[in-house]
Design a protein around this ligand. Structure first.
Ligand SMILES: NC(=O)c1ccc[n+]([C@@H]2O[C@H](COP(=O)([O-])OP(=O)(O)OC[C@H]3O[C@@H](n4cnc5c(N)ncnc54)[C@H](O)[C@@H]3O)[C@@H](O)[C@H]2O)c1
Length: 374
């Protein structure tokens, strides 16, 4: 394996082994930026054919591959995805036929029985369906969302669906599912939500941070206040809930598991829609998970990151129905040939919250149909 310390030490050794006269004749800058120091070997000519470096290159001249060159690998500033205002966001239906009692043998380690899980952004989209997966796996659930009404409706839908899929179940065996308001980007609001959840459930064992959003502006024209909001929800919101839950777990001296929802955009650059701040925010989420995993490992608090690829939620379905060319473009780039569904995250999130992944912390699990490996 490549070890940076080994590289550093051998570089130091090389430097000290140099003759003193050579070291003294080097400009001072060579010692502050040694790895990128490239002395000019020749005077640059305006005529490329006379330039020895240009003459030796195998690079194809501009346009040599035809008009299509790079076209599927670049962002396009003219692509503008219309996200509806929050009041018109389509509600996410709970999924059918996934949570019923089953009699297939499976590892008991996957069970979340006697656990309380909290999902931010759980009123809709991926958060709602992941929450459903956690309830089906035995957990109680606290849904936290900016949209209180939708969170209340979602909590009731989960209860109704659970009862339907488990006919004859005793009331005492029913899961507790609650709904709570929070603006994840606001520390006071986060603390108030944590207090409310603890009042209702008595404890929190697991956290999933799914509150987040994306939007598309080219970098030059990204309104600064929108960018701050995007970072506030995607990064600060993830951080604030993580530290709140970790503090509670440390006070209880209880083990816990946190799953941060990142995105494949934290590792690659999506095309054609421009979204630089979102991509950077999701890279921050991924590294936050790794960093907190190390910081809290001694407290038995695990922190991992799930990075979904393109997933078909009620919202993305609406956007793509209105932009079929964009759907074709996206699916053409996914080795699996299709977008994922929110249900594709149910198993991944259950695994990372459960004892089945007891020795996994600081990891990123990409659920992207192979997008990021091509
Ligand atoms: N859908 C995808 O294709 C996809 C792909 C990769 C990553 N993701 C990530 O998954 C997460 C969920 O995305 P989704 O597609 O389910 O989105 P969504 O818009 O359907 O759901 C997001 C939820 O977060 C809530 N929310 C937004 N701002 C909030 C705030 N300030 N405080 C509290 N709640 C807030 C919304 O009310 C909503 O219920 C996001 O972090 C997103 O970046 C989504």
């Amino acid at each position: 394996m490549f070890k940076p310390t080994v590289a550093r030490n051998s570089f130091k050794a090389l430097n000290t082994a140099r003759p003193a006269a050579f070291a003294a004749s080097r400009p001072a800058a060579a010692f502050t930026r040694p790895l990128s120091y490239t002395p000019a070997l020749h005077k640059k000519s305006n005529d490329p054919s006379k330039d020895p470096i240009e003459a030796a290159t195998t690079r194809a001249p501009e346009g040599a591959s035809g008009e299509h060159e790079g076209q599927f690998a670049r962002t396009d500033e003219s692509v503008h995805i219309e996200y509806p205002p929050d009041s018109e966001m389509p509600a996410q239906p709970v999924v059918q036929g996934r949570g019923g009692k089953h009699f297939k043998r499976t590892l008991a380690q996957f069970s979340l029985e006697k656990k309380v899980s909290m999902v931010t952004g759980g009123a809709r989209g991926l958060g709602l369906v992941m929450g459903q997966g956690l309830v089906a796996s035995g957990s109680d659930l606290a849904i936290v969302d900016l949209n209180r009404d939708e969170a209340v409706t979602a909590a009731q839908s989960l209860i109704d669906q659970f009862r339907k899929e488990n006919p004859g179940i005793e009331d005492t065996d029913m899961p507790t599912v609650t709904a709570h308001y929070a603006d994840v980007a606001n520390p006071d609001s986060v603390n108030a939500a944590l207090t409310e959840v603890l009042e209702k459930h008595g404890q929190i064992d697991n956290l999933v941070t799914s509150a987040g959003f994306t939007e598309n502006f080219d970098a030059i024209n990204y309104p600064f206040d929108r960018m701050q909001k995007l970072w506030g929800v995607n990064v600060d919101g993830t951080y604030l809930f993580a530290i709140g839950v970790a503090k509670h777990l440390m006070e209880r001296k209880a083990p816990g598991s946190i799953v941060m929802i990142g995105s494949m955009s934290g590792a690659i650059v999506n095309v054609p829609q421009p979204q630089a701040p979102y991509n950077a925010a999701k890279a921050a989420v991924r590294h936050l998970a790794a960093s907190l995993a190390v910081e809290w490992a001694g407290h038995d608090i695990r922190v991992n990151c799930i990075s979904p690829g393109y997933m078909l939620t009620a919202l993305t379905r609406k956007i793509l129905d209105e932009n079929p060319q964009l759907r074709d473009k996206w699916t053409s780039l996914i080795p699996a040939g299709k977008m994922g569904t929110p249900e594709d995250l149910m198993g991944a999130v259950t695994f990372l919250l459960s004892d089945a992944s007891k020795y996994i912390t600081g990891a990123e699990l990409r659920v992207d149909g192979g997008y990021t490996v091509t």
